[in-house]
Ligand binder design. Structure first.
Ligand SMILES: Cc1cc2nc3c(=O)[nH]c(=O)nc-3n(C[C@H](O)[C@H](O)[C@H](O)COP(=O)(O)OP(=O)(O)OC[C@H]3O[C@@H](n4cnc5c(N)ncnc54)[C@H](O)[C@@H]3O)c2cc1C
Ligand code: SF4
Length: 330
């Protein structure tokens, strides 16, 4: 049985108190929300914080009044009436019902990056002399690389980037809103731009987008994404006014695919336009050989998934395709 390492547990009642603890404890402290990712990681000694600062007792993080509190569980998010389709589809496909009952929106957005050589127990990693991301000095995926290329595996982040959402970070020195896309850095170790004392407290999503999220994974019942395509569009009649296309699980960060987004503006979603936009998106997918399934196939599928998403937003009935790729409809 894998056991948790020893740690001190702090249970602040307010964001200010949590930020003060983080600032005071320094790099030895970590936030825990639902714990569905962090606690298994701690058992495998990926993270070994001396102090865990729980967000569970902070009531203000659970509000859904114009903005979404980062402490809402994914199941709570799914019960809200007015959330955009892309976020609903992404949240509904995270893990399993039990994990969605515990896992929070904030935890999902701050999820650790993943890699075949990292998501293993301590002894497994010790046998390969560890790796750059934790305790070692070689990246086994790209041995010449000085940078860890572990994969961003959050489902809700690409959806929120496509929706042009903003996230609120609150720390000991104040608060700031930043675009969801700016929360991420293309570095498997330093994958977030948040300062160590900052807490992601809320998410604000502008209205008016027609949106969708398509996820590739091996098992439809649960599995991390190995590709996520999120698209949000605004229309004038049948012409695309604004477009935002985002990719997840295709790099160490989820990101906006600017060329595909720009290309779609001012166009009708004809088959040719969809094909060209899908190619532009797939060109930006650079999967590495560090997650499930063949990387060349995953790149090819990015083209197909962008096509599915755009056809769905055009109004095509994609339910059968969703069933085929995800094994269940959301
Ligand atoms: C079997 C299994 C399958 C899974 N499948 C998926 C999947 O398909 N898709 C997916 O996206 N995830 C998946 N997960 C991961 C995880 O369950 C979810 O991402 C969940 O939403 C994480 O939320 P949490 O509250 O449990 O995060 P925690 O485990 O509590 O925290 C995760 C990280 O975020 C940090 N953090 C938490 N809250 C905040 C905050 N408010 N501000 C700043 N930092 C914060 C923590 O310090 C930690 O580094 C899976 C997990 C398991 C065990
Ligand atoms: S990408 Fe390289 S450094 Fe990063 S976790 Fe995988 S093997 Fe380790």
């Amino acid at each position: 049985m894998l056991r948790l390492p020893w740690f001190d547990y702090r249970a602040p009642r307010s964001v200010a108190e949590a930020a003060k603890i983080l600032a005071g404890e320094g790099p030895g402290a970590m936030l825990v929300a639902g714990g569905t990712d962090l606690l298994p990681n701690m058992k495998r000694r990926h993270q070994t914080p001396k102090v865990l600062v729980s967000l569970k007792g902070i009531e203000s993080l659970r509000q859904a009044n114009g903005t979404l509190g980062a402490g809402l569980t994914l199941s709570e998010v799914l019960k809200l009436e007015k959330i955009p389709a892309a976020l609903r589809q992404a949240a509904a496909q995270v893990a399993t019902p039990h994990l969605r009952n515990m896992g929070t929106l904030g935890g999902n957005l701050c999820l650790d990056t993943r890699c075949t050589y990292y998501n293993q127990n301590y002894e497994w990693r010790q046998a390969i002399d560890f790796c750059l991301k934790k305790d070692g000095d070689t990246c086994w995926v790209a041995t010449a690389s000085k940078r860890c290329v572990a994969v961003s595996s959050t489902d809700t982040a690409p959806a929120l980037i496509a929706l042009n959402a903003e996230v609120k970070l609150e720390g000991a020195e104040g608060e700031r809103w930043i675009p969801a896309a700016s929360l991420y850095q293309n570095d498997g170790i330093e994958y977030l731009s948040r300062r160590p004392d900052e807490i992601l407290t809320a998410v604000k999503i502008p209205a008016g987008w027609r949106s969708t999220y398509w996820k590739l994974r091996r098992r439809g019942a649960f599995d991390f994404p190995i590709l996520g395509v999120a698209v949000a569009l605004k229309f004038s009649g049948d012409v695309v006014d604004e477009a935002r296309v985002a990719l997840g699980a295709a790099a160490s960060r989820p990101f906006l695919v600017e060329k595909a987004s720009e290309y779609l503006k001012g166009k009708k979603l004809t088959d040719d336009v969809i094909a060209e936009a899908s190619t532009l998106l797939a060109n930006r997918a650079k999967p590495m050989d560090n997650t499930d399934m063949d990387l060349y196939w995953r790149k090819e599928v990015a083209d197909d998934f962008a096509g599915y998403a755009l056809r769905e937003l055009r109004g095509d009935d994609m339910r059968a395709t969703r069933l085929r790729v995800a094994r269940y409809a959301v």
